[in-house]
Design a protein around this ligand. Structure first.
Ligand code: NI
Length: 379
């Protein structure tokens, strides 16, 4: 395949993925498409047992090993753009650029295949399912296919950064995303006889106010922590004090220590506020992905390879969103590189759209990055 053919295929594939979005763990057609293109190029696909997504391997299976990751899933959103390649699936849309990621990484695989004989090691190319679930990264890790990987790189589009610019940062780029669900249990009674009951709404309301002191009083003022109560439910009429009150929300933190602090404080506040009113609280803590921690040296390396390729590099903004690439970076050093797509609606918006101007250059960059990372590991 000539470079021009690869470029045309990458651009065509992006439009194809955009037209045919599939939700998390349902990426069957996308996987089949990628598999077919890889097989046509003679690229080896590893036997991982993944139901959707796949891991391909380029190189002779010796020497250092690096990995590239592109996620494949779309969102349950009805697309409202005027694109000629607008989604053909009702209620489903690539509104987070994963169509771009899949196409870019496919292009990188094809470019690397051309140089397979000269590769100073092995490149594993991950087409990951269910980033939005989240947790597809964990499913890929659990296959064991990445056990020998020494460095990993992932891309994600970023809005409001110009096309042709990458945004990078070492350290935490996105937050640990945890959920808490608390049930305050009191004793129901007639609305006119609060003395005969234990009102769980009072404890829940106190909790909603007090929980903000975790950020304002317990956290380092320079730390980027966040707690939001996003769902409250209690009672269903005007003259009955209910038995329980339910409070749900999200906690976002950038370090392991802050993550532990916030969880511990939420538990203490819920328990003790409930106790103060003679009630009880049960706290369910659902841990999501950890913070995405870009390793310093590989991030500097990824930035310098970008600059050598004529790509503009800026400091990535902090973001308290979540990203399941964090699971890979928990086990393997590497970097999460954000690719500017210019000004558009925010990701997950029905009018979101990617400027594909830097799609093929991103394939070229990823291929060069993987190759140079192998050289670096060899030294
Ligand atoms: Ni995304």
């Amino acid at each position: 395949m000539t470079d021009a053919n690869i470029k045309a295929l990458v651009e065509k594939s992006f439009r194809h993925f955009h037209e045919h979005p599939e939700l998390s763990y349902q990426e069957f057609q996308t996987t089949a498409y990628v598999r077919a293109e890889l097989e046509k190029a003679g690229i080896k696909i590893l036997d991982t047992g993944l139901k959707t997504g796949l891991v391909a391997q380029i190189g002779r299976g010796e020497g250092p090993v690096v990995a590239l990751r592109g996620d494949m899933d779309a969102l349950p959103i009805q697309e409202e753009t005027d694109l000629s390649y607008k989604s053909r699936e009702a209620g489903r849309m690539h509104a987070c650029g994963h169509d771009f990621h899949t196409a870019a990484v496919l292009g990188a695989a094809l470019l690397l295949k051309k140089e397979e004989g000269n590769l100073p090691g092995t490149v594993k190319v991950i087409f990951q399912p269910a980033e939005e679930a989240p947790g597809g990264a964990k499913v890929v890790l659990d296959t064991g296919a990445l056990a020998d990987v020494q460095a990993i790189f992932g891309i994600h589009i970023i809005v409001h950064i110009p096309v042709g610019t990458y945004a990078l940062r070492s350290g935490a780029v996105t937050a640990a995303v945890d959920t808490f669900k608390i049930t305050f249990r009191g004793r129901g009674s007639h609305g006119a006889h609060p003395d005969m009951g234990l009102d769980p709404i009072v404890a829940a309301a106190d909790f909603v106010g007090a929980v903000q002191t975790i950020v304002s009083r317990n956290s380092n003022p320079f730390a980027a922590n966040l707690v939001s109560v996003t769902h409250i439910q209690a009672g269903n009429t005007w003259n009955v004090i209910p038995e329980t009150a339910f409070v749900e929300g999200t906690a976002r933190t950038m370090t392991k220590e802050d993550r532990q602090l916030v969880e511990a404080r939420i538990r203490v506040l819920a328990d003790h506020l409930a106790q103060a009113y003679g009630e009880s609280a049960s706290v369910e803590w659902i841990a999501g992905p950890p913070a995405t921690l870009n390793e310093e040296e590989w991030t500097g390396f990824a930035a310098s390879v970008a600059k050598e390729s004529g790509i503009n590099v800026v400091q990535a903004p902090w973001n308290l969103g979540g990203e399941d690439f964090a699971y890979f970076l928990e086990k393997i050093p590497g970097s999460y590189i954000q690719v500017g797509i210019g000004d558009t609606y925010s990701n997950h918006h029905p009018k979101f759209q990617v400027d594909p101007g830097f799609l093929y250059p991103t394939s070229e960059y990823l291929a060069i990055l993987a190759k140079k990372a192998l050289v670096r590991l060899r030294k």
